[in-house]
Design a protein. Structure first.
Length: 393
């Protein structure tokens, strides 16, 4: 098994695979900086999504949000998985990561045009820049890691071919763009499955779980920021705190409960194989997208409560309850799949998801959603954590 990266100098080291069970492996300062720059794209996408919903453009807004968030999530996840196996932290590695950060910032600049006007030119170029930087990283890994050279070359070739497709996608006639987008997205998802068939890269389970957890925290934090901005904007007009008090309380309960539900499980113990890890990584598209949409949904409800929304009451409520239910359902299914068998709280989670969706038709949907989410934590997480404390004692 390969050793951690120590050979060479800070200028350039051999990019050999890191040890999959390396002790004390944690996220690096560069990875955290990468996440913070990426959250700019998340924030811009969430804000544009909120504007589309508030304007009553539900269908086009949801579709545009799903397409744009795929690019954000996939680019972030590919860097994260690569870094878990081949982080040399030398100058070339850092420079290529900076190129990817630049691509992420270009993507963030193009999110509004993509959602509001259907113009994906800027976001596509930013995405392609990021992915081409990853091609360089994989080629470098192929040169230094003979044991996994074929796998690395497959990654590089697959990514390069698909990026050519994304650029060609810009000149595809309008009525064919959505089918072409779907084909290219499926091709992106297929590249890791195809590449890892020759030899598995040495990603680190605890490192992967930590990285996904940290990004979940950042996205939930962005939801809080978006909601706080909506509340401040409402209070700057003719609204009083009494008009939005239930929204503030319900939103706070919801976000805290979502955080608790996500971190109630020890994910690293369950990421023991490529199939499980693939399901975990791919499933986080729904986790991240729903978490970011919660803030947009709450902002829409604040606008509705203060008379500035263009949706029906049920439409505004659904803009909040659906992403919350999606987050709860996604986290529950991810941990259930990772565990490999049904778990005791399955019925409780199913009932909670149904209750959150039913809250769409309640008099105070945001508050009811927050109460249901808090009750789910009390029913599933608190007893388990109390049992763990007793066992430790």
């Amino acid at each position: 098994m390969s050793a951690p990266q120590t050979a060479g100098t800070a200028w350039r080291r051999r990019m050999v695979a890191r040890v999959a069970d390396e002790k004390h492996r944690t996220a690096t300062a560069l990875e955290l900086f990468f996440d913070l720059c990426f959250v700019v794209a998340v924030a811009q996408t969430s804000a544009a999504f909120e504007e589309e919903l508030a304007a009553g453009h539900v269908g086009s807004g949801v579709l545009g949000y799903a397409l744009v968030f795929f690019a954000i999530w996939w680019a972030w996840m590919n860097f994260t998985w690569f870094a878990s196996a081949y982080d040399t932290d030398d100058i070339p590695y850092r420079l290529l990561t900076v190129v990817q950060i630049g691509g992420a910032l270009v993507m963030s600049a193009g999110t509004a045009a993509a959602l509001q006007d259907g113009d994906y030119t800027v976001i596509t170029w930013g995405y392609v820049v990021m992915r081409l930087a990853m091609v360089s990283q994989w080629l470098r890994a192929a040169r230094s890691d003979p044991e996994r050279r074929r796998s690395c070359l497959r990654y590089a070739a697959g990514i390069l071919v698909v990026q050519t497709g994304w650029l060609a996608h810009l000149v595809v006639p309008g009525d064919l763009r959505l089918p072409a987008h779907a084909v290219l997205a499926l091709a992106e998802l297929a590249v890791p499955v195809w590449a890892e068939r020759t030899a598995n890269t040495t990603w680190h389970p605890r490192h992967i779980a930590e990285r996904f957890g940290l990004f979940t925290l950042i996205v939930l934090g962005e939801s809080i920021t978006a909601a706080a901005g909506a509340v401040r904007a409402a209070l700057d007009t003719d609204a009083t705190f009494g008009d939005i008090a239930t929204l503030v309380l319900g939103g706070t309960l919801t976000v805290c409960a979502l955080w608790w539900l996500y971190f109630a499980q020890n994910a690293s113990r369950r990421l023991g194989g490529f199939t499980t890890a693939t399901l975990w990584g791919y499933g986080h598209y729904a986790v991240f997208a729903c978490a970011a949409a919660v803030g947009a949904g709450l902002a829409v409800n604040v606008a509705q409560a203060t008379g500035h929304g263009h949706l029906t009451a049920y439409g505004a409520a659904a803009a909040y309850t659906v992403p919350v239910a999606g987050f709860v359902l996604s986290v529950w299914l991810l941990h259930r799949t990772a565990a490999g068998h049904p778990t005791a709280p399955d019925v409780v989670h199913a009932l909670a998801v149904a209750a959150i969706l039913a809250a769409t038709f309640a008099p105070a949907p945001v508050l009811v959603t927050g109460v249901v989410a808090a009750l789910l934590v009390a029913a599933t997480c608190v007893p388990r954590e109390r049992g763990g404390i007793r066992a430790a004692a």
